[in-house]
Design a protein around this ligand. Structure first.
Ligand SMILES: O=C(CO)[C@@H](O)[C@H](O)[C@H](O)[C@H](O)COP(=O)(O)O
Length: 226
């Protein structure tokens, strides 16, 4: 299972890269905007420096035509590094760009996926990852778990190397449902990770154990015991 973090906040990336066995970082223009008008390439180079060369870094193209998307991809690869996964919306222009970029050996993450059909076309285009938008699908009354399950089935039927990198999560239950339905990877916002780990009941359990320990051994930790 791959866990990615859906932020380009450098402090958050440092924190979660230290805490979790992160597989990578995802971004889009909305995520970049949260950091203000940063120096785009320099900021993403800093993200790469934090996560290192082995983890995946996903950067979205913004061009509207296939040619513009391809040009965006070439610039990102030149300015950051050749290993970046170029996120491309799964529409007519995006699919055309994916086809060309794939033939050049570029890593592709097909994004803005709401339907099985989009996912199937992206698998056929050779995308490395598909990014179905879980919460946004639910908002459109689309059965998100079903879409993910059908995409997982399509991948296995075609024996393709494509992986599902589910995105757009607004709570922990959505993340676990995506994994249960066949997503090999999930990208999670730091707010959702924090909500899942900072639940009062977790803190209460830790406090209770600590109280019982202190009643027996005082303030010493296990490491301090004589
Ligand atoms: O697609 C990827 C990763 O491939 C994500 O960065 C993706 O763009 C984001 O999770 C979504 O756009 C966020 O969606 P939402 O929270 O606005 O519903």
């Amino acid at each position: 299972m791959e866990i990615l973090i859906d932020t380009v906040n450098l402090d958050e990336i440092k924190k979660y890269n230290q805490m979790l066995n992160l597989s990578g970082v995802t971004s889009n223009p909305t995520i970049i905007k949260k950091e203000g008008k940063v120096d785009f390439f320099e900021h993403l180079r800093q993200v790469r420096e934090i996560i290192g060369p082995e983890k995946t870094l996903h950067v979205q193209a913004v061009g509207a035509t296939a040619q513009e998307i391809i040009a965006d991809a070439h610039r990102v690869l030149k300015e950051i590094d050749q290993q970046v996964y170029i996120k491309i919306p799964t529409n007519e222009q995006g699919l055309e760009a994916m086809k060309t970029l794939k033939s050049e050996g570029v890593h592709i993450t097909a994004t803005a996926i709401y339907t099985v059909f989009q996912g199937e076309l992206a698998i056929a285009a050779g995308a490395d990852y598909l990014a179905p938008y879980y919460n946004r699908m639910l908002n459109m009354n689309i059965d998100a778990p079903q879409v993910i399950a059908e995409l997982a089935h399509a991948i296995s039927l075609s024996a393709s190397q494509t992986k599902i990198l589910a995105a757009s999560f607004h709570n922990v239950a959505q993340v676990t449902a995506a994994i249960k339905n066949g997503a090999q990877a999930v990208t999670i916002g730091t707010d959702v990770v924090a909500a899942g780990l900072n639940a009062p009941m977790i803190a209460a359990a830790v406090t209770d154990f600590k109280k019982d320990w202190v009643s027996l051994y005082g303030d010493q930790t296990i490491a301090d015991l004589k």
